[in-house]
Write a protein that binds this ligand. Structure first.
Ligand code: NFS
Length: 654
């Protein structure tokens, strides 16, 4: 085990790095046990100041070239590349990587769906045929006289274009509001297919190719849109069709979901198939009996990160915590096996797992980790993998041999607000629609809608920026919708319950109390950010709030972002017309031409724009100011003043 103090490394003060009590307690234990986790590695690793602002280039070997961020136009690279070329190429590659990750995930879901449709994969089924039919109709596919299987095969063929098509427009462009699509066509940023867009970025950012930041920015938008309205949207839609469309479900979140007297299995990653099969394995009577024979009361399956968020939203599976808690949860000593698939799997998990004799098992052909055991997951016989993992976990339970300490903290909350459910919840089954939401925005009870999403990052205090931002937004009558690690942060803060409405402003509170909903709606994993796009589209189609996505009084934020996927998501929201604010920092040099294009110029073209600040209160103020600007442009700013005056008058009367 690596001893921190002995090596003279910098040690972070635990109260400065997390507001998650359970994680903090496990950091204390890790210190006692001499175990190093990401919070410690972050304290000991100063971020490179040049890289943080993207003022360096290693696209060729004449450099790497470093420019001076304080005097960005004072110098160029060896080839003559300016700061704008360098930054835009770097951001383009981040977006290409993020978009590739989501598209790769979406393509895997499509492959699974194809196998289910043609009958070669039998462990999964089509759980929501109504959704299947509705999507076929939406995409203009003929359904008359077709069986479910035929519809599924047609849909699979159509959606494959999302990835492989090299000319034309990807299928989900049919969902985009007409005026938004018109803007994209005019700007030439409609994606053709994910593969060609990602390839295009890698090619044009090669040394000596595209050297105009404006042209590179177009490719950035196109590739990002191929994520949000492409691969990610396919993953959400087909996931719902195969595994069920989420509707509100109560779920437990935090380290207290681990049970000392049970075999504890954690699934961490992003693709739903591993988790769905694990759910079947842990319920297998034969495996449960083996666990009992070894002295366990049962097998306890728990999720983390995004596949955890997805399973929590669909099935109410308990969730242990977000990205920065994945190592600390192992410090409890109670995790018998952690099965991982792809994305956001820190390599540091291997060492931490080793310290606590936990089985860390990689399962996906595109994610092996040196030192971890690999048991490949195969959709045609998924149980071979998941049963073996459960068997290993049972064996470890019987022979734990480590100190166990589980922080007994559990937060109950309501999750699983899909776009389809929001539609139903607001309007009821006979007149499901977004009319009540739009009406409440128009009459000013709800000021606007904010999407607060994304990662946690050890460069800022875990969960703190998410929670403070969201509290500030709901206090100001902004309805918050959430996904990913951000949703888990708010769940741990106890805010994903209808009772949290008392923290909301008077207008939002009134609506929440009437509907019985929390002021914060959790939508699922990061690929489910597409539910936000779909909901926003429904708001436009409902009428009264403008005729394109950029007209809506909405804003987005990723307050503690860290991954390239987050940048791709941010850019697809910006390109869709949404003001999107990042916390932590942003990889550009302020006031350069490229920075100014992202932070203002794109809005003038009819798209959205970026914002950045570390401070949650300033972030809320920036988002609210934008929402108010949009209300004013829509001519609905006065109604809100009236609503507030009504409240004041009411209070006076009281
Ligand atoms: Ni999103 Fe999921 Fe979390 Fe960030 Fe990672 S788990 S896809 S990238 S860290 S929110």
């Amino acid at each position: 085990m690596e001893k921190l103090e002995k090596k003279g490394k910098k040690v972070a003060d635990i109260k400065d790095v997390t507001t998650c009590e359970a994680t903090g307690r496990m950091l204390e234990k890790a210190r006692r046990d001499g175990v190093v986790v990401a919070f410690d590695r972050a304290a000991d690793m100063k971020p490179c100041p040049i890289g943080a602002e993207s003022a360096c280039c290693k696209m060729c070997y004449m450099g790497p070239c470093r420019l001076n961020a304080r005097d960005p136009y004072g110098k160029v690279g060896v080839c003559g590349a300016t700061i704008d070329t360098i930054q835009s190429r770097n951001l383009a590659r981040m977006v290409a990587s993020g978009s590739a990750a989501h598209n790769d995930h979406g393509m895997a879901v499509l492959e699974l769906f194809k196998g289910v449709a043609n009958g070669t994969i039998t462990d999964y089924t089509i759980k929501d045929p109504y959704r299947l039919e509705a999507l076929c109709v939406e995409l203009g596919l003929e359904i008359e006289g077709k069986t479910i299987q035929e519809m599924a095969l047609d849909l699979a063929e159509e959606l494959e274009k999302t990835y492989t098509q090299t000319e034309g427009e990807i299928p989900f462009m049919k969902r985009v509001p007409a005026k938004t699509l018109e803007t994209w066509r005019k700007l030439d940023i409609v994606p053709r297919g994910a593969m060609i867009e990602v390839m295009g970025i890698m090619s044009r950012t090669h040394m000596g190719c595209d050297q105009h930041y404006e042209n590179i920015t177009k490719a950035i938008s196109k590739t990002a849109l191929a994520d949000g309205w492409g691969g990610s949207m396919v993953a959400t839609e087909l996931g719902d069709i195969m595994f069920g469309t989420p509707s509100p479900v109560q779920a437990d979140v935090n380290f207290g979901v681990l049970k000392e007297d049970h075999v504890n299995v954690i699934v961490h990653g992003h693709e739903p198939n591993l988790f769905e099969s694990m759910l079947v394995s842990v319920s297998d009577p034969a495996l449960v009996q083996i666990a009992r024979d070894k002295g366990a009361k049962g097998i306890n399956l728990v999720g983390m990160c995004c596949s955890g968020a997805e399973m929590m939203s669909r099935h109410g599976v308990p969730h242990a915590g977000n990205f920065m808690s994945t190592e600390p949860v192992l410090v409890t000593g109670a995790v018998d096996a952690m099965a991982v698939d792809i994305q956001c799997i820190q390599q540091g998990l291997v060492k931490t797992a080793e310290c606590y004799k936990t089985h860390l098992i990689t399962t996906n052909p595109r994610c092996h980790i040196e030192g971890a055991r690999h048991i490949e997951f195969e959709e045609h016989s998924p149980r071979e993998c998941t049963d073996e993992i459960v068997t290993l976990a049972i064996a470890r339970f019987a022979n734990r041999g480590v100190d166990i300490e589980i922080p007994q903290i559990v937060n109950k909350g309501i999750h699983g607000f899909s776009h389809e459910y929001i539609n139903y919840m607001l309007g009821g089954s006979f007149r499901s629609s977004y009319a009540p939401l739009n009406d409440n925005i128009i009459n000013g009870r709800i000021r606007g809608v904010a999407g607060v999403v994304g990662c946690v990052n050890p460069r800022v205090k875990q969960d703190w920026v998410h929670v403070e931002l969201v509290k500030e937004l709901i206090k100001n009558d902004v309805l918050v919708i959430q996904t990913g690690c951000s949703q888990i942060a708010l769940a741990k803060a106890g805010l994903t319950v209808p009772e949290a409405a008392h923290l909301a402003g008077p207008g939002l509170r009134e609506v929440c109390e009437a509907v019985g909903m929390p002021p914060i709606l959790g939508l699922g994993s990061c690929v489910d950010n597409t539910r936000i796009l779909t909901a926003a589209t429904a708001m436009v189609n409902q009428g009264g709030l403008g005729d394109c996505l950029a007209d809506l009084p909405v804003a987005g934020a990723a307050p503690e972002w860290m991954s390239e996927k987050a940048v791709a998501i941010g850019q697809y929201f910006v390109a869709s017309g949404v003001y999107t604010v990042f916390g932590v920092g942003f990889p550009t040099v302020k006031d350069t031409k490229f920075h100014n294009l992202l932070f203002g110029g794109l809005e003038e073209q009819g798209l959205g724009k970026w914002g950045v600040t570390k401070d949650p209160y300033e972030m809320a103020a920036m988002m609210i100011a934008h929402i108010d600007k949009k209300r004013k442009e829509l001519g609905i700013d006065k109604s809100r003043e009236r609503v507030l005056m009504d409240m004041a008058t009411r209070r006076e009367l009281a």
